[in-house]
Design a protein around this ligand. Structure first.
Ligand SMILES: Nc1ncnc2c1ncn2[C@@H]1O[C@H](COP(=O)(O)OP(=O)(O)OP(=O)(O)O)[C@@H](O)[C@H]1O
Ligand SMILES: O=C(O)C1=C[C@@H](O)[C@@H](O)[C@H](O)C1
Ligand SMILES: [Mg+2]
Length: 164
């Protein structure tokens, strides 16, 4: 079984994917990290060199062509479910889990913004306004997940229990 963790930047997909894979004793696949390794560029560098449209195509191709082991936990990029048929593909090929967080909670988690090109130069106030607007656009995609979990203060044990 493949478990896909989805949700907005900063909701904890990468962190929770590692913890859950540890508990389940399976491999973790972080699709942002796969792209960084494959392209030998950070996501920010990739955006600057090739633009967002090119990144979205590469991210969708990576999602669909990665040689996943039978059982794994996959941390996806924050925007991935909202492009092409990526959400339908994940729902057909595994279990999708939306790690939901409120906008103000997301602001409190997003310290290292330089790594995240869409929000690199924003202060807290600008970031909150951006998140409220973006979440409104993205929620219709995220909520197609098979399981929706409140991700603030979520521990790996609770996440594992909810998956059963
Ligand atoms: N339980 C927690 N308490 C406090 N901070 C946390 C917790 N879990 C994760 N963080 C911090 O929140 C930030 C976002 O977490 P993480 O990088 O896992 O999010 P993400 O959903 O993978 O984001 P992105 O979509 O940008 O890759 C990180 O700085 C991380 O250290
Ligand atoms: O929310 C987004 O659109 C993004 C989230 C990150 O995980 C990266 O995939 C990239 O910075 C874009
Ligand atoms: Mg991540």
């Amino acid at each position: 079984m493949k478990i896909f963790l989805i949700g907005f930047m900063g909701c904890g997909k990468s962190t929770k994917a590692k913890q859950l894979a540890n508990k389940l004793e399976c491999q973790v696949v972080d699709l942002d990290a796969v792209i960084v390794e494959q392209e030998k560029q950070t996501i920010a560098e990739y955006f600057a060199a090739h633009g967002e449209a090119s990144f979205r195509q590469l991210e969708s191709d990576t999602l669909k062509n990665y040689p996943y082991p039978e059982t794994c936990v996959v941390a996806t990029g924050g925007g991935l479910p909202c492009f092409f048929d990526n959400m339908e593909w994940m729902n057909a090929n595994g279990k999708t889990v939306y790690l939901h967080m409120e906008p103000a909670q997301l602001v409190s988690r997003l310290h290292n913004r330089q790594k995240r090109p869409l929000i690199a130069n924003m202060d807290d106030e600008q970031l909150l306004a951006f998140i409220i607007k973006k979440l409104e656009e993205r929620d219709p995609f995220y909520t197609k997940a098979q399981l929706i979990i409140n991700a603030f203060d979520l521990d790996a044990e609770t996440l594992e229990e909810k998956l059963n």
